[in-house]
Design a protein around this ligand. Structure first.
Ligand SMILES: *[C@@H]1O[C@H](CO)[C@@H](O)[C@H](O)[C@H]1NC(C)=O
Ligand SMILES: *[C@@H]1O[C@H](CO)[C@@H](O)[C@H](O)[C@H]1NC(C)=O
Ligand SMILES: *[C@@H]1O[C@H](CO)[C@@H](O)[C@H](O)[C@H]1NC(C)=O
Ligand SMILES: *[C@@H]1O[C@H](CO)[C@@H](O)[C@H](O)[C@H]1NC(C)=O
Ligand SMILES: *[C@@H]1O[C@H](CO)[C@@H](O)[C@H](O)[C@H]1NC(C)=O
Ligand SMILES: *[C@@H]1O[C@H](CO)[C@@H](O)[C@H](O)[C@H]1NC(C)=O
Length: 780
């Protein structure tokens, strides 16, 4: 059982972040939802499985009626189990029942245009590009687990879509403001999951207009991710005039199946999420896009429903793409790290939103903003947040414009300069504070980052600390400092890109550092995509009217995830027989390490340093290269089971995840590094270690590859054999990589690459090694 009954899951973008926090606390005391997990289903008939669940519950609860009232879901397609409202002692009793593998207390998850597709060279005008070759992803069904969908968005018009395939078993589940007519040949399925959420958090009150008990999206997040993955092109799309152009999804001919598991008030229940996995597997999706997660500490792979649900999906050939989290740039913050999922980091694109500030001395400075609505052509008085702190504000946060720190008499009618601080990092909080004291604008100085927050009600410009200090110096040298904002412009191609986004969570994985995470980076900063007009009802324009947004710029690994989802959909249309592991391998080994000037990609956050695999895994996704990777590293279900054995989980727990009875042959940790991943990560090299990998040739039948190594610092690397020859009978080849170090210090991670090259393909395998001293502690 999980030690932490309250894992908080949330969507991984910033818009909802503040609301979600409130819910973490609301949850802790009320839950009694438990997930009773029974492994692979034992009967062919789903109805019999369901009956069995009721029987077990009746036995414990004393009556059939009580069982009926308590059960929320019967999971019967991909695996057997159910979710029910139980007391702790009832849960303990059920855990003893024959056939019950585990009882998991429920937990709460949370969620995570379109220049980005041109930036990635996913463009219909490229003759032999990935869109042409995949027929824009036709034939592939993308399941999206998120906050639902706004079906009227132009991104989901089905004019050129084919009918759903005959094997499709999904449904269009009706509910508030959502009926059968809201599904079409683009949205071929839509379901919603509310029982777990309701049982724990309590009923949503849909009458307040912020939620619909149906697949309809009240938050915007799910509409954004769905349209990024598979929206059809919409011309003249913009965010209040910014970023104007075609908004399009990466796989515009793919079908969408919507699984609404997260709610606009914040959070997604684990019981609901597992039910959605169960249905999606039954319905017949080809891949799943899951832009949500729960922050560290990470639950073990045998207790985390996202890891369990995705294991079953991958076992059935369904790729699962997840967001890496928004807790960067700090190390060991990456989430969703199971080796069978694709974990996506966020990167910047070459679009920017420069906004010129003019000071009273005519000095001009450039910041970034997403504000277009007010007449700005006028100087406003400028004050520093710390100088107008209210008397009871604490010293450290007044300058950062933390909530309730500003004196409203002194702020009224002025532009306030705020500096990000340790305790107050959020530009959004600063702008709310200034708005609440009737300020007219904000300049927020922060660590350099290209992630710009949008603002409706007041101009709000982000600058780096250098520019912030320049402004402060000006203010100190003049009696009546003033500032004028120019209108924000949209520029293309003028930013060095990609860079790994400041907020993107970093590796290594805190639970399994031998599995390199994140896997790959994709655009996730200032992405324009469809939005839910209902979500923006919370936003008022300058004159206090509701402002229904059709499109919105958003940032987060939530936005990066559907980019990779779309690329997986395109690859799947081209290579329908490739396993999820093969597709993942193709993406990682072909990912790019360079920006548009062929310089190494840089990571925001760790100041201007070259990005490393903990920032972006294999690198930045390169869709056209991934079509033809040359060699792939394949992994099957039995390999993942061996991995779980080496993680030290017991047979019972592993049987639970695998859905069948498992007896580990060996629990030796040496298998951890031998999982056949397209990367090698050794967290504890003690002197010498040899790692094995197997590659499968998917390129020309007669191929000849040679190894080239960029060794990590202080480590020598040898590859054996150094050449691999493939022909019509030899399709797979094994090789060994030996690592050796003579260091006698407790090391830090260093990075390198192994390349297999045939003159056309470059199969890049990231190498990550940390040296450790044997018996470090006993020697000191
Ligand atoms: C197996 O592991 C699970 C979860 O890690 C734990 O709850 C259970 O008690 C263990 N069972 C045995 C027989 O050790
Ligand atoms: C479905 O809802 C739409 C409005 O949202 C309405 O026009 C239509 O008549 C409804 N269809 C059915 C079958 O109820
Ligand atoms: C694009 O949309 C804007 C409103 O957002 C409108 O004013 C403009 O006329 C439209 N342009 C075209 C070419 O449709
Ligand atoms: C700023 O520029 C304007 C117009 O160019 C000029 O009239 C004004 O005197 C300048 N102010 C300062 C302080 O240099
Ligand atoms: C705000 O500033 C005014 C003017 O300096 C002062 O009179 C008032 O006490 C301050 N209010 C608070 C709450 O600090
Ligand atoms: C392929 O290579 C293997 C090993 O080099 C060799 O034994 C085999 O005869 C080759 N097959 C063909 C069809 O050339």
């Amino acid at each position: 059982m999980a030690n932490r009954p309250w894992i908080y899951y949330g969507v991984l973008s910033f818009g909802l972040a503040v609301l979600q926090f409130l819910f973490v606390f609301a949850l802790a005391s009320t839950s009694n939802v438990h997930i009773v997990y029974m492994g692979k289903r034992q009967h062919g008939e789903p109805e019999l499985v369901s009956e069995l669940h009721h029987d077990i519950l009746s036995h414990i609860l004393g009556s059939k009626t009580a069982a009926k009232e308590s059960i929320l879901y019967s999971y019967k397609h991909g695996f057997s189990g159910f979710a029910a409202v139980l007391t702790h002692s009832q849960a303990t009793l059920i855990a003893e029942f024959p056939g019950v593998v585990n009882v998991i207390p429920n937990s709460i998850f949370s969620v995570h245009t379109t220049r980005s597709w041109d930036f990635l060279q996913v463009n219909p005008c490229i003759a032999d590009g990935i869109l042409a070759k995949s027929r824009s992803g036709s034939g592939t069904i993308i399941g999206v687990m998120d906050t639902g969908i706004w079906p009227e968005s132009k991104s989901f018009i089905d004019d050129f879509m084919e009918k759903p395939p005959s094997h499709w078993r999904g449904i269009c589940q009706e509910g508030q403001q959502f009926n059968l007519s809201h599904c079409n040949r683009k949205i071929i399925g839509a379901r919603w999951y509310y029982k777990g959420y309701k049982a724990e958090i309590g009923k949503l009150n849909p009458r307040d207009g912020v939620e619909f008990l149906s697949p309809r999206d009240a938050a915007g997040h799910g509409t954004h991710t769905s349209s990024t993955a598979a929206g059809v092109p919409v011309g003249n799309a913009s965010f209040m005039g910014l970023a104007r152009g075609f908004a399009r999804g990466g796989a515009p001919s793919a079908w969408l199946a919507i699984y609404k598991v997260c709610w606009s008030t914040g959070g997604c229940s684990a019981a609901d999420l597992l039910a959605a996995f169960d249905d999606a597997i039954f319905d017949g999706v080809n891949l799943l896009s899951v832009s949500l997660g729960s922050p560290p500490p990470l639950a073990s792979y045998v207790d985390d429903v996202l890891s369990i649900g995705s294991f079953h999906a991958v076992d059935k050939g369904i790729s699962v793409v997840c967001s890496a989290g928004n807790s960067g740039p700090f190390p060991q913050t990456v989430i969703n790290t199971a080796p069978w999922v694709l974990t996506v980091a966020a990167s910047t694109i070459d679009r920017a939103f420069p906004t010129v500030l003019t000071l009273g001395n005519n000095q001009t400075l450039v910041g970034q903003a997403l504000f277009t609505r007010m007449d700005l052509d006028k100087f406003y008085p400028l004050v520093y947040g710390e100088d107008i702190a209210s008397l009871d504000a604490d010293q450290t946060s007044a300058g950062s414009c933390d909530s309730h720190t500003l004196n409203d008499t002194l702020a009224r009618g002025k532009v306030v300069l705020c500096f990000q601080s340790r305790s107050q990092r959020s530009a959004v909080v600063a702008s709310r504070t200034v708005l609440s004291v009737k300020g007219v604008g904000v300049i927020f100085a922060e660590s350099p980052s290209k992630d710009v927050s949008s603002s409706w009600n007041l101009p709000y410009v982000q600058v780096d600390f250098t520019i912030g200090s320049t402004i402060l110096t000006y203010m100190e040298t003049t009696r009546n400092p003033v500032v004028k904002f120019s209108r924000t412009r949209t520029t293309l191609g003028q930013e060095i890109s990609p860079e790994v986004a400041f907020f993107s969570s970093r590796g290594p994985s805190s639970i399994s550092p031998s599995v390199l995470k994140p896997d790959i980076a994709a655009p996730g900063v200032n992405i324009l995509a469809s939005w839910s007009p209902a979500a923006s009802s919370l936003e008022l324009d300058a004159s206090g009217r509701k402002f229904p947004l059709q499109f919105k710029l958003e940032s987060g690994t939530s936005m990066a995830c559907p980019h990779v989802t779309a690329v997986v959909a395109l690859l799947r249309s081209i290579h329908p027989n490739w396993s999820p592991a093969a597709i993942k391998s193709a993406l990682i080994t072909t990912a790019s390490l360079e920006d548009q000037y062929n310089q190494n990609v840089v990571a925001e956050g760790a100041p201007y340093k070259q990005a490393d695999p903990f920032d972006y895994g294999g690198g930045h996704v390169d869709p056209n290269k991934a079509i033809s990777p040359g060699l792939i590293f394949d992994v099957g279900t039995s390999d993942y089971v061996q991995f779980l054995c080496s993680m030290g989980y017991n047979n019972t727990a592993i049987s639970l995840v695998a859905g069948s009875s498992i007896k580990c042959r060996s629990k030796s940790t040496k298998f951890l590094v031998n999982l056949n991943l397209p990367s090698i990560s050794i967290p504890d090299l003690k002197q010498r270690l040899t790692v094995t990998r197997t590659v499968t040739n998917v390129g020309p039948v007669n191929s000849f590859y040679t190894a080239r190594v960029q060794a990590p610092a202080r480590v020598s690397v040898t590859v054996s054999p150094p050449v691999l020859v493939f022909n019509s009978t030899v399709k797979k080849q094994k090789f060994k990589v030996s690592f050796c170090t003579f260091i006698r210090t407790q090391g830090r991670y260093s990075f390198g690459n192994l390349f297999w090259e045939d003159g056309f393909h470059v199969v890049k395998v990231p190498l990550v090694v940390r040296t450790v001293i044997q018996d470090f502690y006993s020697e000191t």
